[in-house]
Design a protein around this ligand. Structure first.
Ligand code: FPP
Length: 242
């Protein structure tokens, strides 16, 4: 039986850059896609642990707008894995009342995967126990630019009365993440210490946690370490501690 872990202070929203699948596979002389397959297992485990620890929001970077430039074989395999992942996981999402969504440019996703995604979004839209968002064909700069363009259009149409009234909340309501609070904790696996165009607007005050563990090796224990590390952080949001 798993020991029950007590946390003083848990993040409400965790965002994850699931990096290192390719290197994990290459180190074992395996095809990179084997790393992505193991990466899906890690995602399953982390979702399970998020349910166990009652993390309300989980947003994971599954495919960036730049990832389309990878060799066609890898892109096709990832899209195939995505299609399979959604249909295999749908009963689990429903059973656990997980609200599934995606952030990113869904238009670019091949029809067979898109069909499963839209079906899962539709079938889980009424749930609010936990929110899982997959970032797919996602790029933060593109998101911000598109949001600014939509906002400018609304202003032109007279939907926004004056430019001075635009604040964080109004701008946030144009982002893909409009119904999701900003992440409290961002985890990046795989040893790189950068943000790679993920949630640039939303992570202004997010706590960052980098680990050398490759995503296929990242499990419940590693998540606990990240959460224990987060517990010690003092968040000031630009103010001073009182
Ligand atoms: C980064 O590893 C990972 C990705 C580009 C894809 C992430 C995908 C998964 C974890 C599987 C779940 C995905 C779906 C489709 C549901 P990398 O390939 O950049 O690794 P590297 O930095 O070692 O090359």
């Amino acid at each position: 039986m798993k020991e029950k872990i007590i946390f003083d202070n848990l993040p409400r929203h965790i965002a994850i850059i699931m990096d290192g699948n390719g290197r994990w596979a290459e180190k074992r002389n395996l095809d990179r896609i084997e790393g992505h397959i193991k990466g899906i297992d890690s995602l399953r485990n982390i979702l399970k642990s998020s349910l166990e620890f009652r993390i309300k929001y989980l947003t994971v970077f599954a495919f960036s707008s730049e990832n389309w430039q990878r060799p066609k074989k890898e892109v096709d395999s990832l899209m195939h894995l995505l299609e399979q992942y959604i249909s295999t996981e749908l009963p689990m999402l429903i059973k656990n009342k997980i609200n599934f969504n995606i952030i990113g440019n869904i238009e670019k996703i091949p029809y067979s995967a898109k069909k499963n995604i839209l079906d899962a979004i539709d079938k889980t839209s009424g749930y609010s126990d936990i929110f899982l968002a997959l970032a797919l064909s996602y790029g933060a700069r593109e998101e911000i630019i598109n949001s600014a363009a939509k906002l400018a259009l609304d202003f032109k149409k007279g939907k926004l009365k004056n430019l001075d009234s635009i604040n964080d909340d109004i701008f946030s309501s144009y982002l893909y993440t409009k119904n999701i609070p900003d992440p409290d904790l961002l985890i990046r696996t795989g040893g790189e210490e950068r943000i790679s165009n993920f949630l640039l607007f939303q992570i202004a005050y997010t706590e960052l946690y980098f680990t050398k563990t490759m995503w296929p090796d990242f499990g419940r224990k590693n998540l606990i370490s990240a959460l224990k590390n987060y517990e010690k952080r003092v968040r000031r949001f630009g103010k001073i501690k009182v």
